[in-house]
Design a protein. Sequence first.
Length: 365
Amino acid sequence: MSSPSDVQFERNKVFKVANELNNNMSHALGRRVEIVGWEDVTPSISSYAQNVINEQVGDYDIFIGILSIRFGTATPKAGSGTEEEFNLAYDRYKQGKLADICFFFETDGFTANDIDIEQFTLVKEFKRKISEIGCYRSDVKEDDFENNIRNLLTTILIDWDRISNRHLSDESKMNVPSQLDSIDEDIGYYDAIFSATEELEKSNLITNENTKAAQNFNNAMISVKSKLDSALSDRERNQIINDFSIDINLFNEIIENNIGTQNSHIIQSMSFLDVASKIYVEDFNYTAQDIKNMLHSLLEYCKITKNSIPAMEKFKESITKFPRATTKLNKSKKELILNLDKMIGHQNQSVRLLQSSYNKLKELL
């Protein structure tokens, strides 16, 4: 995490949110968020002050920058320590050693008297610079910062496998997907509970859609095998197989799109549950019925998601065993199997998250 000293309040929020997410999700996911910044640096001697920080930060996976109205103190290599840290991160990104770069620019929380024109101009110039190279950036209000950083870190935690492998895909721009709607800072307890349930229901619909699509596709595969058995020539068989390859590609698109969409619903639901839990502890611990209802819902969704996994595994096995008849078919099969692996992994992860959320909510009663 990189920033000048004028956004210490926001830096504290990042540490706070990371700690909360680690407590709520790290056990279920088998990974955690560790925030590294100048707070971790010990006094030392180097060629210049900023280089002490550069040398001690070490390796990291994602660079998060925060700027408001100050750009910071110039270094021998850049306009500020934050810019130097960004330049180093950008070099790492281009070398494939960094998964992403994300920058937040605060748009309020200060008065005209607080603004140093020279510093503020440098911030605006830097903002334009990183926009031109495709860096993900977000303009946020001070009151919305915590929700924005929570959405970002939640997405990173849950969707890390895809984010960390971006350099292996065709995605070239730096952009952790902002799939999530920012949660209203004034959201109430009942709205949060309702929204969490609604997001879980949307995720459940996708699970059912995937299961039905797999069943229909499996029936189509049986039909293709029957057609192959009755075909009179290799040319006819080749045409049947290649037509079937098109069906595989279409089905693969459905699976691929659903993985991302369902992931966003799960992430959003976890965020709403997290907010609802905090409000419950502070304001609503005299009534437990809503929490009990949510616990029941979580168990139901967990059961549905868990029960969908064997069917997908069986479907993947059927695809794998389908004869390698043509090059076109083999390429389609390979891509579909990869996406089915991703989906099965995502479903298993969702089960762990739902179970973890259930356990955390149960502790409130």
